[in-house]
Design a protein around this ligand. Structure first.
Ligand SMILES: C[S@@+](CC[C@H](N)C(=O)[O-])C[C@H]1O[C@@H](n2cnc3c(N)ncnc32)[C@H](O)[C@@H]1O
Length: 363
């Protein structure tokens, strides 16, 4: 059993990242090591020890009596298990109380038996859904409910992330628990920009989905004075409005918020939205590079600003993209420009999911 070893004060922070990414070993608690550190049990889908997500923390292997805790597959009839073992899913994603799993065609016929075993082993899971992939321009999930506790098949659920509750319906709006670390990075970057500017910042997230990136940022009193948020998917915007109201209710000096259901590229057409934004989030990985030019007019002038965007790119193209963006920003009047393009994870054998982080001052 792998454990992430962290100082006691950081336990909550790391546990939330691990839990929201679906990397926590269900059914096992956090241990205190002999040297007073905390050991958080990880499941098999957690990234390897050398992954950058772990920063300076350390893995250790700790044997514990709970090692004998069953895996859900052990609850399947032994004869059947032998027959289907090689096709059983090795990982799954837990979104709130919904477990989403890709099932090979060879075992699809046994889906109810598999779902029963999962429900028995994972007490916090309410609904098991087969994941048929993402579909459409809004990239919502095609989920097929298989089994639930007490017949509750609703796909609306609540995800706890960075101390906030976020309403999510993966069949109505894009949401990935796996990007929780990126969202934490955006929160840290917002604080960094706040410190650089010495004042509350204006945040813009035109591809917000249900708003997970804003959970910590808008709940923090004094950090943000204004937020321009939106999504083109009306179903996402319905949940976004509810989530944003919740985040703001925790804040004693809530930001002024405008929520739009509109193509992000059109926001520039409203003059009053131009030159207002200090921090821009561009989470549209398949089109980020082509949308960026239309978003730059939103950025504040004569003041340091930050853009964080995510893109899916050919691995061989990463340096070219850096160069192209440097030119695009220079053409739009950026000075003191510092841009980094870092791989977050592999997307396919030839493509990577990258984070672009760009600090600059537009003239
Ligand atoms: C990858 S998701 C990111 C959602 C959210 N930021 C998150 O982290 O969960 C991209 C979002 O952009 C929305 N979208 C797609 N095209 C858009 C456009 N042209 N303008 C605004 N939103 C768009 C989709 O509906 C989707 O919710």
């Amino acid at each position: 059993m792998r454990h992430l070893i962290v100082p006691s004060v950081d336990t909550q922070h790391w546990f939330e990242i691990i839990k929201s990414n679906g990397w926590a070993q269900e059914g096992l608690g956090i241990l205190t090591t002999d040297d007073g550190l905390k050991a958080i049990p990880l499941n098999s889908s957690a990234p390897a020890e050398d992954n950058s997500v772990w920063q300076d923390t350390a893995y250790r292997i700790i044997l514990r009596s709970e090692e004998i805790t069953k895996h859900w597959a052990e609850l399947i009839d032994q004869e059947l298990l032998l027959e289907i073992k090689e096709f059983l899913p090795r990982s799954h994603e837990i979104i709130g109380d919904i477990l989403v799993v890709k099932l090979e065609d060879e075992i699809y016929v046994h889906r109810e038996i598999i779902a029963d075993a999962m429900l028995e082993q994972l007490p916090n899971v309410r609904l098991i859904c087969a994941d048929k992939g993402v579909q459409g321009k809004f990239r919502v999930r095609d989920l097929l409910p298989i089994k639930s506790r007490q017949g509750d098949l609703t796909t609306l659920t609540k995800v706890k992330e960075h101390g906030q509750i976020i309403l999510v319906d993966p069949t109505k709006s894009y949401f990935s628990t796996r990007l929780s670390t990126e969202r934490q990075g955006s929160y840290t970057a917002a604080e960094q920009l706040f410190n650089v500017l010495g004042r509350a910042i204006t945040v813009c997230d035109p591809y917000a989905g249900v708003g997970p990136a804003l959970a910590g940022i808008l709940a923090k009193t004094g950090l943000v004075d204004r937020a321009l948020i939106g999504d083109l998917n009306p179903s996402a915007v319905e949940l976004l409005q509810q989530n944003i109201a919740k985040f703001l209710s925790k804040n004693t000096r809530p930001a002024e918020v405008e929520i739009l259901c509109q193509d992000g590229r059109k926001w520039r057409e409203r003059a009053e939205l131009n030159h207002k934004v200090d921090l821009l989030l561009v989470n549209l990985p398949h089109q980020m590079l082509s949308h960026l030019g239309d978003l730059l007019p939103l950025m504040r002038r004569h003041s340091p600003s930050l853009i964080r965007g995510w893109a899916i790119v050919e691995k061989t193209e990463i340096q070219n993209i850096n160069d192209k963006l440097t030119k695009l920003f220079a053409d739009n009047g950026a000075i003191n420009h510092n841009i980094t393009c870092s791989e977050v994870k592999g997307f396919s054998s030839s493509k990577s999911f990258v984070r672009v982080e760009s600090w600059q001052e537009f003239q």
